[in-house]
Write a protein that binds this ligand. Structure first.
Ligand SMILES: Nc1ncnc2c1ncn2[C@@H]1O[C@H](COP(=O)(O)OP(=O)(O)O)[C@@H](O)[C@H]1O
Ligand SMILES: O=C(O)C1=C[C@@H](OP(=O)(O)O)[C@@H](O)[C@H](O)C1
Ligand SMILES: [Mg+2]
Length: 197
């Protein structure tokens, strides 16, 4: 990498940090949006701690999300999810990837809006489906027609995700490109200048 590119990246990082202004960044959106994958890259780029609520839930319950749903049901998972979100946000600032259902609960939305910046990673159905179809880790998609289930969830949840502070398209491009779109969206919060010097 040459010196000019290096300066450009540093510029974007600093502007993104200025836009975030010491707050938690909470990624929301449907399964397959890239909350976990992109969140990790953003945290790495900004040198901030990265936390995935699903991972924290699995740690606390000492079992996988799939086993938690199977053995205790979704209500128990949702209760744990709210507790984990509350704790994580109080320990921030961090880049926080939530599970797809987290932002749908009004209590969680309240917690999120009072302690950070929410960002909706938005993707179209075919992109989401392509990313989740081969994975067996998502209990809500263990249905006869999982693509239709994803579509139904999309219809129900998109109006709620739309309440997030910022929306970034999780396009069918390299993850690094989406990560940079996230940084640019953050930078735009700091005076709207996303140009990289
Ligand atoms: N922009 C992208 N391009 C290609 N693959 C992606 C992209 N974003 C996410 N993925 C992949 O899609 C899958 C689902 O992403 P993940 O981060 O687990 O989504 P979420 O946490 O929102 O459910 C992962 O295998 C991830 O690597
Ligand atoms: O959409 C949902 O309700 C869920 C999404 C999952 O997370 P991802 O969105 O990271 O797949 C996980 O929290 C759980 O399976 C429930
Ligand atoms: Mg995830």
């Amino acid at each position: 990498m040459n010196a000019k590119q290096d300066t450009g990246k540093t510029g974007l990082r600093e502007k993104a940090l200025a836009g975030l202004a010491g707050r938690n960044l909470i990624l929301v959106g449907l399964m397959g949006a890239g909350k976990s994958a992109i969140g990790k890259l953003v945290a790495n780029a900004l040198d901030l701690p990265y936390v995935d609520t699903d991972h924290e839930i699995e740690d606390a319950a000492r079992m996988t999300i799939a086993d938690l749903f199977a053995q205790y049901g979704e209500p128990e998972f949702r209760a744990l999810e709210t507790r984990v979100i509350e704790r994580i946000l109080s320990e921030g600032p961090a880049i926080v990837s939530t599970g797809g259902g987290a932002f749908i609960n009004p209590a969680n939305r309240e917690l999120i809006s009072s302690s950070g910046l929410s960002m909706w990673l938005k993707a179209d159905l075919d992109t989401l489906w392509d990313r989740v179809r081969r994975r067996q880790t998502r209990p809500l998609l263990k249905t006869e027609n999982p693509k239709q289930t994803l579509k139904d969830l999309m219809d129900k949840r998109y109006p709620v995700y739309a309440q997030a502070d910022v929306t970034v398209l999780s396009r069918n491009v390299r993850k690094e490109t989406v990560m940079r779109d996230v940084l640019k969206a953050l930078a735009a919060l700091d005076g709207g200048n996303t140009r990289e010097e």
